[in-house]
Write a protein that binds this ligand. Structure first.
Ligand code: MRU
Length: 356
């Protein structure tokens, strides 16, 4: 059932062909896999809510959406240069409060702030510059994921049975994905790859999104619940684990979807490689280690209900961290667009990323 990949998000200009004013259109990931719906965001608040509610999710896609959100804020000002600049900066401030863990959000907003503070001759000129910057962030994500795919594809054996968690695919990025990008590139290079997709409690990104997009792209996929992963490894059904990341500290500690750490522990126990695929925009070199990565905690209802039906006693205490941190020592390699970091540690990381 291979088909055209969905376009995760796009800037839609006016029907007369002008790109400004425009709106941000997203595949509403809350409706997948049952329905493919488009969500149109015409202002900052709609973009903020789309990010907070995971209509758009995945670290790189959140960054791209937020960049366009700044353009939406700026275009609403319709005023002189100072108005447009002020509206862009206010939008960036607001969007930065939507979700705390994926550093790509703050990376993209910093770029947009920098563009907002740059030289411009008029409000309109600044608006054009802001849209160009958002588009550059979008295009660069496409290119970074293709490069990650090329570097990572070489690491996989042929044939390969790859376990993944959450969704680090086209839906989490501009199009190709990071962890799934490695798989798509390996398949394109002729390797026979089968994927084991972990369901990813509580919001089921693995079941709803990864299984959906792998099937849409014709890659064989088997779905399992998160608790089945270690047993699959013990039974010799896994050759490698590949996941994405939301924030990577300077020492190589990796924040990713809750459940990732358990897979890394199990992979080490069974002598399997544990790969992380992420663009340079996911690294936070200001943090020495993963202990200082802010971890989002979400509503208890995500845990006490399943598909809208209550599955736990009323008033039970709930802890619902959306991400966990995998220590660098459990990560075999981090695959970036600039090359592969291995062994994982500060020196190798700075050597590949080329900044300090
Ligand atoms: O809460 P989500 O769905 O935004 O979490 C997404 C993940 O944890 C992904 O693995 C990560 O953002 C990498 S996406 C290329």
């Amino acid at each position: 059932m291979a088909g055209e990949p969905l376009e995760t998000l796009r800037w839609r200009g006016a029907p007369d062909g002008a790109s400004l004013p425009g709106a941000l259109e997203l595949v509403d990931q809350r409706a997948l896999p049952l329905r493919v719906e488009t969500l149109r965001c015409e202002d900052v608040e709609a973009t903020w809510e789309a990010i907070r509610a995971l209509a758009v999710r995945g670290a790189p896609a959140i960054g791209v959406a937020a960049a366009y959100g700044v353009v939406l804020g700026a275009q609403a000002a319709r005023g002189d240069l100072a108005d447009v600049r002020g509206a862009a900066l206010a939008a960036a401030e607001r969007l930065a409060t939507s979700r705390p863990t994926a550093v790509n959000l703050f990376w993209a907003l910093d770029r947009m702030r920098h563009a907002a503070e740059g030289f411009a001759t008029s409000g309109h000129a600044l608006l054009v510059a802001l849209l160009a910057e958002a588009r550059a962030i979008h295009d660069e994500d496409r290119a970074m994921c293709r490069a990650i795919g090329a570097h990572g594809a070489r690491l996989l054996p042929d044939p390969a049975r790859v376990l993944t968690h959450c969704n680090a695919g086209g839906l989490a990025t501009a199009e190709h994905g990071t962890a799934l990008g490695v798989i798509y590139s390996a398949v394109a290079a002729g390797k026979r790859v089968e994927v084991l997709a972990c369901e990813t409690r509580p919001l089921l990104q693995g079941a709803r999104l990864t299984a959906f997009e792998l099937r849409a792209r014709g890659v064989p996929v088997t779905l399992l619940t998160d608790g089945m992963a270690a047993f699959a490894m013990q039974r010799g059904r896994v050759d490698a684990v590949i996941v994405g990341a939301d924030r990577i500290a300077r020492n190589g500690d990796v924040a990713n979807k809750i459940g990732t750490y358990a897979h890394a522990v199990a992979a080490r126990r069974h002598g399997l490689p544990f790969y992380v695929a992420a663009p340079s925009s996911t690294f936070d070199l200001s943090l020495e280690g993963g202990g200082s990565i802010p971890i989002e905690e979400r509503a208890p209802e995500e845990v006490t209900t399943f598909a809208g039906v209550r599955t736990a006693p009323e008033d039970v205490a709930v802890w619902n961290p959306a991400f966990d941190v995998t220590p660098a020592e459990l990560v075999t390699a981090i695959i970036t667009e600039r090359g592969v970091i291995s062994p994982v540690g500060e020196d190798a990381l700075l050597a590949v990323l080329g900044r300090g």
